[in-house]
Design a protein around this ligand. Sequence first.
Ligand SMILES: [Zn+2]
Length: 281
Amino acid sequence: MWIDTHCHLDAPEFGADHALTFTLRERAAAAGVGLCVIPAVERSNFDTVRALAHRTGDAYALGIHPLCVPNAQDDDLAALDAALTAHRDDPRLVAVGEIGLDFFVPALCTTAIRERQAFFYRAQLRLARQHGLPVIVHVRRSADQLLKHLRELPTGSGIAHAFNGSEQQAQAFVDMGFKLGFGGACTFEPARQLRRLAAELPMSALVLETDAPDIPPQWLYVTAAERAAGRAQGVNSPAELPRIGAVVAALRGMAVAELQAATTANALQALPRLAALELAP
Ligand SMILES: [Zn+2]
C-alpha cells in the first residue's frame, strides 16, 4: 500500500463539511493509498484533523504552521501541549506538525516575524521532544535555519515536507534522522534539481506526499492562460499519490512496486506510530 505522508484533507477546497474529502479519500483507497497523514496548521483545526482522521481511518499531526504564526497567540502553545497530552494514547496521533520556518512569503520575512516563527518552531520542537513524537516540518528558503534549531533540539526522526533544497541540505536532514517528502513538484520537467534529487538520493531518504489540495502534479496543473479561458484547476488529492510514485520510480529507473514498498517502509520509520495503523484491519 501507499502512504500519503502529507495531505490537508480538512482544507476548505474539499467543500463544506468535507463533502469532497470522503469521495476523494475513497478514490485514493481504490488506488491503493492505505494511509494519509493529515497535519494541523493552527489551534482552530486541531479538533477537525483529529475527527477527520478517525472518520477516514487515517493519521494526524498537531502543530502550528509558520504561515499561521502571525495570527497565533502564545497560549496556542499551551493548547497544543494540552491536546498532545489529552490524545497521547490515540494511535492516530503520529507527529507534531506542521511546524517550521517560511522565509519565502515576503510578509513573513520581517525581522519581527522571523523571530516569532523561530520562537514557535523551537517551542514546538521542545513539545515534540517532551511528548516523544517526531515532527513534520515545512521548509521554504529556510533549510539551514531549520537544521540549526533542530541540531539544538533534535527529535530523532521526522519529515522535511515538500523538500526543495540542495543535496547538502538533504543529507543534513538525513543525518538528523529525517526523511524528505517528494510530491507533485517533481512531476514537472523543468524542476531539474528536484528531479535529480528524487532520482539520486538514497532510497532510504524518500517518502511520498501529495500536499493536497496544494502543489498539484503536472497532469492537474492549469496555466494562467488556460484558467483565463475558463478551464478549472484540477483538484489535487491523495488519489494522485500512486501516479506521483510512478514518476519517481521512472526517475530512479526502478519498478513501481519496489518504490511503493520502500517509501512505505520509510514512512513507518519517519513516523513510527504509523506501523500500528498499517497493521490494523
Ligand atoms: Zn502542508
